[in-house]
Design a protein around this ligand. Structure first.
Ligand code: LLP
Length: 388
């Protein structure tokens, strides 16, 4: 059972003008990373941290001491990974729209793989690699047609999504590849979606990966690595009872189902599962006002700091850390932004909030700070860290 260090948080929050801020518990982060490294290490699987979940430099430094690989989706993420301790030979670079400049960054730094999502992209990488006098290590991102059954905005493994190469294009891709002399096909890559809390989609993915692996073998192509992407979900409802995701079952499933050829390495790109629970968005109640059938609790944090509820109707646990014992009231917890979607929780029960109380919005270490904006010309929230 995890206990949010509210004493430390309240000390920081009491400082003038400090809220809203992101609070990161680096102890929890470290335990999470170690658990992931241990569970994956048992099977020799390699984990690449998906920087898109949180690219705060302190967090990146902490992660790169335990997790050796990185998964990037922009040239700047590749550069940030390199700057904060990840080795080039452990960096994967994905994304449907890599610019020429981003491809050049990847080539200059001799990264592990460029995960390619279309025939045209292959041709461009071949051309850029030619100019650089290099051979580009490429993994084909394949669309496995597996439904991740998560929010439709974060489902990526279906034909209707913009991601990956569809199986019916594969013959053509191999024809094209034969002519591209500056490309080395090193592996295949998948990513079916995010916040997946049920094992079935992962089982289907592992089975599909086996089919593809055999298909390539029959064509006389040996793949050095199979990259299964990320997607492992976290418990937003009960962040304290499940502060560390069940990495053990996740990796065991793949170890049980995958049929590998000798020497093939297996890679994962975990983002959310590694960082979500260590982050908390801390805010202050500005005003409480009564509406029709509800009370509006207006915070100094809004969708500018955490857009997930507005964008995906995502649930984040909200706590009154100033007066956790107060009698509860039903309220809508909202931000100050001029949008009705700027709402963190509708009709929720909260220990009676009053002006000046501190409110913790939990599980915001992933896709919180990175997706923040300065809409309404708001200042960027600060970040504070706890480390023993
Ligand atoms: N690999 C690829 C190719 C990805 O596109 C993603 C996430 C990951 C790995 C990491 O997935 P994770 O392990 O974090 O599930 N903003 C959304 C999530 C978007 C995920 C995009 N891709 C959210 O707040 O829920």
């Amino acid at each position: 059972m995890y206990i949010l260090p509210t004493i430390n948080i309240k000390q920081i929050a009491a400082a003038e003008e400090s809220t809203p801020f992101f609070f990161y518990d680096l102890n929890l982060l470290k335990s999470t990373l170690e658990r992931a490294a241990e569970s994956s290490g048992k099977y020799g699987f390699e984990v690449h941290y998906a920087l898109k979940a949180n690219s705060n430099p302190e967090i990146l430094r902490a992660i790169s001491t335990v997790i050796k690989g990185a998964d990037c989706v922009s040239g700047n993420e590749v550069l940030a990974a390199l700057q904060h301790g990840f080795k080039p030979e452990k960096i994967a670079f994905a994304g449907v729209g890599k610019t020429d400049m981003e491809i050049d960054i990847a080539l200059e730094n001799n990264i592990f793989s460029l995960n390619v999502e279309s025939v045209q992209e292959l041709e461009v990488i071949n051309q850029r690699a030619g100019l650089a006098g290099k051979k580009a290590p490429v993994a084909l991102r394949l669309n496995p047609g597996v439904n991740a059954k998560t929010h439709h905005y974060i489902t990526t493994g279906l034909e209707e999504n913009k991601f990956g190469i569809n199986p019916w294009e594969l013959e053509k891709v191999l024809e094209v590849l034969k002519k591209l002399r500056n490309i080395e096909l090193t592996g295949i890559h998948f990513h079916i979606g995010s916040q997946i809390t049920n094992q079935d989609p992962f089982r289907s993915l592992a089975l599909r990966a086996n089919e593809f692996n055999h298909w390539f073998r029959k064509k006389g192509i040996y793949l050095k690595h199979i990259n299964l992407g990320g997607g492992l979900g976290v418990n937003y409802q009960q962040p304290d009872t499940e502060s560390i995701p069940d990495f053990e079952s996740f990796f065991r499933l793949f170890a049980d189902v995958l049929e590998l050829l000798p020497g093939q390495t297996v890679h994962f790109e975990l983002g959310r599962a590694l960082v979500a629970q260590c982050g908390t968005l801390v805010s202050k109640v500005l005003y409480v006002k009564s509406g029709i059938n509800t009370n509006f609790v207006i915070l100094d944090a809004g969708m500018t700091e955490l857009i997930r509820p507005a964008l995906y109707q995502a649930y984040h646990k909200i706590e009154n850390i100033s007066h956790p014992e107060a009698p509860t009231i039903t309220c809508d917890v909202v931000g100050p932004i001029c949008e009705s979607s700027d709402c963190f929780g509708k009709a929720i029960l909260l220990p009676q909030p009053e002006r000046g109380h501190f409110i913790a919005i939990r599980t915001t270490g992933a896709y919180g700070e990175v997706m923040s904006s300065n809409y309404n010309l708001r200042s960027k929230a600060s970040a504070y860290y706890l480390e023993y």
